[in-house]
Design a protein around this ligand. Structure first.
Ligand SMILES: CC(C)(COP(=O)(O)OP(=O)(O)OC[C@H]1O[C@@H](n2cnc3c(N)ncnc32)[C@H](O)[C@@H]1OP(=O)(O)O)[C@@H](O)C(=O)NCCC(=O)NCCS
Length: 170
């Protein structure tokens, strides 16, 4: 199972397990105000938070064999995004939470759409015991466009006061 997940390639992207040395790149993407326009908590404030996230993702990789990926282009080590599926508890169930956050320097290339579709395909083929869920604010139009193409279905019945919900397998 782990081999399928921890270093995967899509048509244009390399998806790999996070490393400690990714902290500055993760911080750069997560602290950019442009990538946080729709996140109430606001941008990440210090690199320690990036390290904490990476530690959590690494622990999940060790335990479950999957968590969020670091995204690069195949022949360039520059980190361009973070995303994938991660197991969390929501509405009293374990779900695979679909997430994507890319550097504004690469927006508009359909990379997020490529990642989301790949993650949903992989999750539904190999982790089908768990529903895949994406929760998105109605104002986050780019993210809604990405999820619409991911294979998840709009689920009005699961919406919360803050989020529109898309799911598969629920
Ligand atoms: C959501 C995000 C990952 C999309 O990245 P991206 O690389 O631009 O995504 P894609 O190129 O695959 O597609 C984005 C779609 O949104 C559209 N879009 C981009 N910016 C837009 C804007 N300001 N208004 C309306 N549509 C927009 C693009 O045209 C594209 O539409 P299309 O599928 O009809 O061609 C990126 O905007 C991001 O990192 N946002 C911050 C983090 C975030 O909100 N993540 C989601 C949390 S729920």
């Amino acid at each position: 199972m782990e081999q399928k997940f921890d270093r995967a390639t899509t048509d244009r992207l390399l998806l790999r397990r996070p490393r400690q040395e990714d902290a500055p790149s993760v911080f750069q993407i997560e602290s950019d105000p442009r990538t946080n326009q729709f996140r109430p908590a606001g941008p990440m404030k210090n690199i320690g938070e990036a390290t904490e996230n990476i530690n959590a993702w690494q622990a999940e990789w060790d335990t479950y064999g999957f968590s969020y990926w670091i995204v690069t282009l195949p022949n360039n080590p520059t980190v361009i995004g973070i995303g994938g599926i991660r197991c969390i508890r929501w509405k009293e169930r374990y779900i695979l939470n679909l997430y994507y956050r890319f550097s504004p320097t690469v927006w508009g290339n359909e990379y997020a759409s490529e990642l989301a579709k790949f993650a949903v395909d992989l999750g539904s083929n190999h982790l089908s015991n768990f529903p895949i869920v994406a929760r998105i604010r109605s104002s986050n139009v780019p993210s809604l466009k990405v999820v619409e193409k991911s294979g998840l279905k709009r689920r009005h019945d699961l919406d919360t006061s803050e989020h529109l919900v898309y799911a598969l397998g629920w």
